[in-house]
Structures are given as structure tokens and as C-alpha cells.
Design a binder for this molecule. Structure first.
Ligand SMILES: [Ca+2]
Ligand SMILES: [Ca+2]
Length: 152
């Protein structure tokens, strides 16, 4: 009887051991999956030292959203799931929008990778001033008829 009990106990311990290992592996895998990183950078105007406070940075990828640049034109995304993101910055009024890196077309954008636990920094933008093709004082970006003089 005694030896049977011992055997039984040994078996229980073995199951517990397997169970613990399983839990460990499971938590490792889920940690890897839950990993996030951030993207950061600065938004500039074209004049020397000009930073664009209030610029909006749109990101799209595994998740999408937007953040604003602070007083120094600096922005940080929140924690993003690991993957590739396309970024677009729009300056305050009077500036054009651009995709990273320095292009206007979404299809030409350089995708930025988010790596778990890291800050992908230096994703900067230099936004050109908005043009006013018809000279009505409203920049093309916000002009409802960019080629018709309609300052109303
Ligand atoms: Ca105009
Ligand atoms: Ca117009």
C-alpha cells in the first residue's frame, strides 16, 4: 500500500511539473504577442528651426489613429502592436500634408516598422507651405475650389 501511495504522489508531482512548464511556455508566447513599441519624431516647417506645433500625425497599420505634435513639434504614438505602419503628417493651416518619407502619394510612402519594446525614433517630417494657386488667400489644401478665385 505504502509503495503505491508513493508512486501515486510521484505521478502527481510529474503532472504538476508538466503543468508549470506548460503555463510558462503559454505566458512566454502571449507576452511576445502582446508586445508593442512606439514611433516618434518631429515635424518641421521649411524655415530654419521652424517646428510645427499642433501638426497631426496619422498612423495606419495593425491599428490606426492620430497624435498631435507638442510645442517642439515632437510627437510620440501610443504603444502600437508590432508591425508596419504608414505615417502621414498634416501641419497646421498653411502647410501641406506629407507621407513619410517626404512624398505626397500614399503608394510611395515608406512603411515604418514598430519593434516590440522599442521606440522607432527620428521619423521626422518637413512640411512645405501650402500654395494658393488662384491667389484668393485660401491655401489649396482648404480651398473648396483651388483654381477659382473665391475668397468668401
Ligand atoms: Ca486658393
Ligand atoms: Ca479658391
Amino acid at each position: 500500500m505504502a509503495s503505491r501511495n508513493l508512486k501515486c504522489r510521484a505521478k502527481t508531482r510529474w503532472y504538476l511539473y508538466l503543468w508549470t512548464i506548460g503555463l510558462l511556455i503559454w505566458s512566454l508566447i502571449s507576452t511576445v504577442h502582446a508586445e508593442t513599441g512606439i514611433i516618434s519624431g518631429q515635424v518641421f516647417g521649411q524655415s530654419e528651426g521652424e517646428t510645427l506645433r499642433g501638426a497631426v500625425i496619422y498612423y495606419e497599420g495593425p491599428i490606426s489613429g492620430q497624435v498631435f505634435a507638442d510645442d517642439s513639434g515632437t510627437y510620440f504614438t501610443p504603444g502600437l502592436p508590432v508591425g508596419l505602419y504608414r505615417l502621414r503628417a498634416c501641419g497646421p493651416a498653411g502647410y501641406l500634408c506629407e507621407y513619410y518619407d517626404n512624398v505626397y502619394e500614399a503608394g510611395e510612402a515608406t512603411w515604418v516598422s514598430v519593434i516590440g519594446g522599442l521606440n522607432t525614433e527620428g521619423i521626422n517630417f518637413i512640411l512645405p507651405p501650402d500654395t494658393d494657386a488662384d491667389g484668393d488667400g485660401i491655401g489649396d489644401r482648404s480651398d473648396n475650389c483651388p483654381f477659382v478665385f473665391n475668397p468668401d
